[in-house]
Structures are given as structure tokens and as C-alpha cells.
Ligand binder design. Sequence first.
Ligand SMILES: [Zn+2]
Length: 128
Amino acid sequence: MSSSRKRNKEAKKNYDQKYRREHRARYWATNSIFKHKQSGFDVEISVDFLEDLYNKTEFCQICGTKLEKESSKRKDYGNTPTLDRIDNEKVIKEDNCWIVCHSCNTMKGSHPMNQFLEKIGKIIERFK
Ligand SMILES: [Zn+2]
């Protein structure tokens, strides 16, 4: 590759990273909605709404951990923000979604919140 092409490629990479950093919320919201639709969920929220919710949410709405919005390091992965339905029986709409950390979302899975809490209670009892 010629050095100028290499420079162009490097410049594009830097530009992409800068764009992603500056538009992190937009990027995350667009991607989250896209992925949920792709997985077959009914999504009745807009990118604008979710972008706003992302900007307003500092902590996981289940465990209270500070959400790791900037890092892409593997060790921070569990604390990255994810879109979740509050009530898994209902569609994704404005009054039925929150942002929780990746760990909580994975653990909760498709359980309704009360079942999830019951399960955690049992685990805590067993390992006390
Ligand atoms: Zn959490």
C-alpha cells in the first residue's frame, strides 16, 4: 500500500473513532433499536427517545452500578449499558424500557422481574 493510501486509511479510522465518540448516544440508540428489531422484538420507541434516555441514565436501573459508557475493554463489558424491557411480557415502548448493565440484563434473561428477584433470593440463601 502506498504511504498516502495508508495515511488516508489511518485518517478515516481516526475520523470514524471520533464520530463514534462524539455521537456515542446516537450510535448506541440506533444500534440497540436495530438489534432488538432484528431479534424479532416489537419496538415502539424512537431513536431520539432512546438517545435521551441513554444520556439521562448514569446507573444500572437494576443493580445501581455506574454504567461504563466509554470503555470497550473486556473487563468493563459487564457494566456496559443495554436496553431492557421492564416487563418482559410487554413490547418495548416508552413506559416499558430502562437501561441496565450487561450483567443484569444477561442474568434477568427473559424472566419477569418478580421471578428474577425470587431466583436471586434463592441463590443468596444457598450461599450465605
Ligand atoms: Zn446491573
